[in-house]
Design a protein around this ligand. Structure first.
Ligand code: PHE
Length: 463
């Protein structure tokens, strides 16, 4: 059952860097600051931190436990943990989610490479907002150019993975995660001198309790799960590489706090510029590829700031993409009993096809649509709304209710080193609270699909 030839993270720092690498990604840099600002700033932040500590960390620990005890890829770990093949279906679902997420992730990562190149060539100086809009839209619609960059990104990703878990993923993350942190601190530091710093900082740091509603809590929950890479095979796979002597709780808490910190820093690096120029804050591609480049170009040292910003984006996307692709590589190599390099070739081919389709779905007149949306938009929404909560739910139910107590205790107390009350609290959350909360999130997503606002419906029932 257990495969002793599997790789592992060689140290605690290595494990933390790799896992934080998976967590800190585009979700932190281009989603969190905006969602936080829109949902009450610091009020959202406090709810987000509370949810991360009480709900997301137990789910994350359930995934780690399945991986470390199961000692296999996402599918095999479920089977090994339960002794039943049926549970493996959850692993397969999570792996499918991983493919969907990576498909659009590689496209965006490719954009960051294009924009690193444009920054190096000094392309943003003196450009107006409208010119930036047109330039980005033309680039995305051109079809072949984003595809070429996406392929370059995939080759870099595969190059790192080809070196293995310790020498590839761990070494790369040990360099990139501290670098990412330094770049964020530098970018936030430069913003201190911006006239809009106070306003920008207030956008994410000042609590506005009147903007808080049931929606805020659900938004915080979704954001926290996505940020911690829950429900999509990555954390089970990485959990299987954490060595026995490391404390899963310690790793989980440090990674979660680091993720929150990086998201706040991202907000401080981005919004002061936006407010200094009196521009409406946006999110996603619009914010990162249209709004920010000309603003950064105006700053003292703007040339280097643009380059650093897009390198930041590239690092964040790369370390995250490693965890997703590694989940596929581990699956194919262990299930088909083939060498890592062949498993990597299969993963590469699958993502190459799916990412190409995602990129093509953004071309004008594209017919690659699902439910009226481009494949690119649909994959992200589908995964965040359904696969992620379903995967997380299955993990907490499995670990909370089905796995023998001594196994869970062994994993979560690091063989007796962690106080028992902490273990008991985590298991209580896994058993009772997390499933209820995740089911509410899922029901909300399903109702949302049918155009029903769950919170509004509940409120009208109460009144
Ligand atoms: N955590 C990543 C981010 O914030 C996204 C992700 C989701 C990665 C699921 C892996 C699995 O960008």
């Amino acid at each position: 059952m257990a495969n002793n030839n599997r790789g592992s993270f060689s140290s605690k720092f290595g494990a933390i860097a790799a896992i934080a690498g998976s967590a800190v990604g585009l979700g932190n840099i281009w989603k969190f600051p905006y969602v936080a600002g829109e949902n009450g700033g610091a009020a959202f932040l406090l709810i987000y931190i509370g949810i991360t500590l009480l709900i997301s960390i137990p789910v994350l620990l359930a995934e780690f436990s399945i991986g470390r005890h199961g000692q296999g890829n996402a599918f095999r770990s479920f089977v090994n943990m339960t002794g039943k093949k049926g549970w493996g279906a959850i692993g397969i679902l999570e792996l499918l989610g991983a493919i969907f997420v990576l498909a659009s992730y590689c496209v965006i990562a490719g954009w960051s490479l294009e924009y690193i190149m444009r920054s190096v060539m000094g392309g943003f100086h003196g450009m107006t907002q409208t010119q930036m809009d047109v330039q980005f839209d033309m680039f995305v619609a051109s079809g072949w150019r984003p595809i070429v960059w996406m392929v370059v990104f995939l080759i870099i990703n595969s190059g790192v993975l080809g070196m293995g878990v310790t020498k590839g993923i761990e070494r790369c993350s040990k360099f990139m995660i501290p670098a990412l942190f330094c770049i964020l601190v530098m970018l936030a530091g430069v913003n201190l001198w911006q006239p809009g710093f106070q306003e920008g900082a207030a956008f994410i740091l000042k609590p506005n309790w009147s903007a808080v509603s049931g929606h805020t809590v659900l938004a915080a929950l979704g954001q926290s799960f996505f940020s911690l890479s829950i429900g999509m095979a990555a954390m089970i796979t990485y959990g299987s590489y954490i060595q026995r002597q490391e404390s899963l709780n310690g790793v989980g808490v440090i990674v979660s706090l680091a993720t929150v910190l990086m998201a706040i820093l991202a907000g401080l690096a981005i919004f002061p510029s936006v407010f200094s120029y009196g521009i409406e804050p946006t999110k996603g591609a619009d914010l990162v590829f249209k709004t920010l480049p000309p603003l950064f170009a105006e700053l003292p040292g703007g040339y280097f700031i643009s380059i650093l910003f897009f390198i930041l984006l590239f690092f964040a996307a790369l370390t995250t993409s490693l965890s997703i692709m590694e989940s596929l590589v581990a699956f194919f190599s262990e299930e088909l009993h083939i060498k890592r390099v062949w498993a990597l070739a299969i993963g590469f081919a699958i993502i190459l096809i799916s990412s190409t389709l995602c990129a093509m779905s953004q071309m004008p007149d594209s017919h690659i649509l699902v439910g009226g949306e481009t494949l690119f938009d649909w994959t992200d929404k589908f995964c965040s709304a359904y696969i992620l909560p379903l995967g997380g739910l299955a993990c907490v139910i499995l670990v909370g209710w089905f796995v023998p107590h001594h196994v869970v205790e062994h994993e979560l107390t690091s063989s007796g080193k962690t106080p028992l009350w902490i273990y008991k609290f985590i298991v209580f959350m896994m058993k009772y609270i997390c499933p209820v909360v995740i089911i509410i999130l899922l029901v909300n997503c399903i109702l949302d699909y049918f155009g029903v606002d769950m919170i509004a419906a509940l409120m009208s029932l109460i009144h």
